[in-house]
Structure formats: C-alpha cells, structure tokens
Design a protein around this ligand. Structure first.
Ligand code: AR6
Length: 204
C-alpha cells in the first residue's frame, strides 16, 4: 500500500483563484508542488520529514508513526545522531519505510502564543530540512505540518511559515528539487492548505 511519487498529483493553481497573491508566479515551480492528504509513512519518495523532538528517540504523533513504520533500526541510527536542536535538521536512512531518507527536524513548542522566536524556528525547520534533502541529492521531499500537533503551534499561522519558506527556497534552488509535498493529515489542514497555496504559488 505504498504511494509512489507518480501517484501523487501535482498541485496546480487555478488562474484568478486568489485576489491577493503574496508572490508573483514562478513558472519554474509550476510542476513542483503537491498537496497530499494521508499518512506520510506510505510515501515512496526520496525523503520524508519527521516532526521530532530534541532527543530524536521517538515520541507520539507523526514521529511515533514514522518510527513504527521504519522499525527499530531507525531508533538505532537516531541514537547515534545525538539529538537535534530546535530549528535544526538531521538525516537518517528510511529502513522499513518506502522513503529512502527521513529528515528529522525539531519544531518550536508554542505555549500560549507564537512570538518572533517561534516563527523563525519554524522557518528554520523547513529551510534546514530542504537543505538536508538537497545536500543528499533527495529530489522529492514531503513535509508534515511541523509543530501544529502536540507542540501546539496554531496551524493557520504555521501554514504561512511553511509555504513562504518553501517558496523562497525553491525560487533559489528549483533545479535541485523535483517535488515538495505538503502532507496534511487532518481535513482542517487540507482546507487550510488549499486556501493558502494560491497565495504563495499563484497561477499568474
Ligand atoms: N502522517 C502525516 N501527518 C501526521 C501523521 C502521519 N502519519 N500523524 C500525525 N500527523 P505532531 P509536533 C500530523 O504532534 O506538533 C512527538 O511526540 C498531525 O496531525 O506529530 O511537531 C514528537 O516526538 C499534525 O498535523 O508533531 C515531539 O515530542 C502534524 O503531523 C512532538 O510530538 C504534527 O503533529 C512534536 O510535536
């Protein structure tokens, strides 16, 4: 029941779908974005991103799902990585997963509210994960909605940091990546991304 890249449809903006786009169209990015709704552990792509914690030894949420699907060898390699700071990213093999690599990043914990520090940390998660992907020649990478589960970052704010950071990275490095997949798990997040994607990846 793995999902190969070819089965993940490319997100295409509808012309005139949005009045206030935040970035101009970059036609080089037209075939590079996907919005996928479902379990990230099923994706048969180069790299999936894990919303981990500083220990990198596993936990709940998407982290737990990834470790369960990858098997015990993942935890073994993660132990050798000796943790990860907030906003940083470390790469491992995918083991039992259909993805070749797992990029572990640690999102900010949003307690009560989101300040400039949390915002910058979340942006760093996306940027450093993309860097880890391209450094390792991974050309397809999927992101979960980092920090918006157990870590409590408001999804309607997080989506802007996610999309802006990916947009800016792709503007600069479009030749290094074939596809960036936003993997949403909750119906609410799917709606949020459908509504927000045209602001960052407009048709015109
Ligand atoms: N595939 C894709 N997305 C998923 C999946 C899945 N299988 N399962 C959950 N999500 P969370 P965080 C979504 O809590 O907020 C862990 O204990 C979920 O609906 O996994 O960054 C770590 O060890 C949400 O939209 O990550 C840390 O301690 C998104 O993934 C802490 O949780 C992120 O939710 C990290 O918290």
């Amino acid at each position: 029941d793995f999902v190969p890249l070819d089965d993940i449809s490319v997100w295409t903006p509808t012309a005139g779908a949005s009045e206030k786009t935040l970035y101009p169209r970059n036609e080089k990015l037209d075939q590079k974005i996907s919005l996928y709704s479902g379990d990230i552990t099923k994706l048969e792509i180069d790299a999936i991103v894990n919303a981990a914690n500083k220990s990198l030894l596993g936990g709940g949420g998407v982290d737990g799902a990834i470790h369960r699907a990858a098997g015990p060898m993942l935890k073994k390699e993660c132990a050798s990585l000796r943790g990860c700071d907030t906003g940083e990213a470390k790469i491992s093999c995918g083991y039992g997963l259909p993805a070749k690599y797992v990029i572990h990043t640690v999102g900010p914990i949003a307690q009560g509210g989101v300040g400039e520090e949390e915002k910058e940390a979340l942006r760093s998660c996306y940027k450093n994960s993309l860097r880890a992907a391209t450094t390792n020649s991974a050309r397809s990478v999927a992101f979960p909605c980092i920090s918006t589960g157990i870590y409590g970052y408001p999804p309607e704010q997080a989506v802007h940091e996610a999309l802006a950071t990916v947009r800016e990275y792709l503007d600069e490095h479009h030749n290094k990546l074939d596809r960036v997949i936003f993997c949403v798990f909750l119906p609410m997040d799917k709606e949020l991304y459908m509504k927000t994607l045209p602001l960052y990846f407009p048709a015109a």
